[in-house]
Design a protein around this ligand. Structure first.
Ligand code: MTE
Length: 326
């Protein structure tokens, strides 16, 4: 999980690799299943856990981790649907990545409405069919780099947020975009249980970041509707930023003049800046960001500046100190 302030929740030294994962990794290492071990999906009794601790051969495991027919522009294979939808961060349900899919199984993602308002000329409320009909859905194979130090390659289905924003016509005062996730304690146990979180989950982008062609409103995965565990029915994918910026289950998009408060920036401002662009040179206060664990791959690989999207987005930050905690 994303680390919390000491007085909010005890932070273990095994923050990035939770202890139970670390222990089961050691167990798997004994069986020579290094690749599987690096997945860190071994602790629970779910299908993936059973498979990893069972008799499966490494080759089978590799094919369960990746779909080599889909690759990102750097040539790396996409993680499998199964992995992407069973290893999640979704704090409204649980802090246990491997339990999200099960707890989210009955989430009611339909009917769904998203309101786009604030500093715009044409405020609108859309349902999912409106969005699917109005905006051509395209596949984008993006890397997702979590601030905790792991990454995946994910074939999202969606459309550029810019298309939606153009339709509502932001006014000249609009400088930021604020995103709000669903607030529904009846569906999300942790909105009742973790009362010190400033629910609902909120995020924000500067307007030029929101208008950038890479910024995707996501409705699906592998050509299918978005699984509940990945933020059904509508989430953001901002691939050059740490994963927590890619907010799930969006119900409101608001154009605002001031930099909006976000959940993580409110909870731990010294750890989670508003910008939070992927930057291997700027360590998190409690761990290095120089390398990452690609889920399904042995060992660690170097983290790329802006998660490998520097050519497209570095100019957005010209003149800004990239080592500052933005
Ligand atoms: N959005 C909401 N509403 N709640 C969350 O807990 N977690 C974030 C982000 N969006 C989160 C969220 C984090 S920390 C990450 S890394 C990504 O979602 C994970 O997306 P995934 O589970 O689809 O891989």
């Amino acid at each position: 999980m994303i680390g919390l302030d000491k007085n909010m929740e005890k932070i273990r030294s095994s923050e990035i690799t939770p202890e139970h994962v670390y222990l089961s990794r050691r167990r798997l290492l004994r069986f020579g299943l290094l690749g599987a071990a690096s997945l860190g999906l071994t602790a629970c009794g779910g299908q993936i856990g059973e498979m990893l601790t069972g008799t499966a051969k490494e080759a089978d495991l590799a094919s369960d981790m990746f779909s080599p027919d889909k690759r990102d522009e750097l040539g790396d294979p996409a993680n499998s649907f199964r992995v992407i939808s069973n290893y999640n961060n979704y704090y409204e349900f649980t802090l246990d990545k491997e339990a999200v899919a099960r707890l989210a199984a009955n989430f009611k993602a339909e009917p769904w409405k998203v309101t786009v308002d604030g500093l715009v000329r044409n405020p609108r409320t859309y349902d999912l069919d409106d969005l699917r009909r109005k905006f051509d859905q395209e596949e984008r194979i993006y890397r997702l780099r979590c601030v905790e130090g792991w990454s995946m390659v994910i074939p999202w289905l969606g459309f550029p947020l810019a298309k939606l924003l153009r339709e509502v016509e932001p006014t000249s005062e609009a400088r930021y975009v604020r995103f709000v996730s669903l607030y529904d304690p009846d569906q999300y146990p942790n909105q009742r249980g973790l009362t010190f979180y400033p629910w609902p989950y909120t995020e924000g982008l500067r307007i030029d970041e929101a208008m950038h062609d890479l910024t995707l409103l996501v409705t699906g995965l592998y050509g299918k509707p978005l699984p509940n565990s990945n933020g059904a029915p509508l989430r953001l994918a901002v691939p050059w930023k740490y994963g927590f910026k890619s907010i799930k289950a969006i119900v409101k998009i608001e154009l605002v003049a001031e930099q909006p408060k976000t959940l993580w920036n409110t909870m731990a401002p010294h750890e989670y800046g508003f910008y939070s662009n992927v930057n291997p040179n700027r360590p998190h206060p409690r761990w290095s960001q120089a390398t990452e664990r690609r889920i399904g791959e042995p060992g660690r690989r170097p983290t790329l500046m802006f998660n490998g999207y520097a050519e497209q987005v570095a100019s957005l930050y010209a003149g800004m100190d990239l080592m500052a905690n933005y």
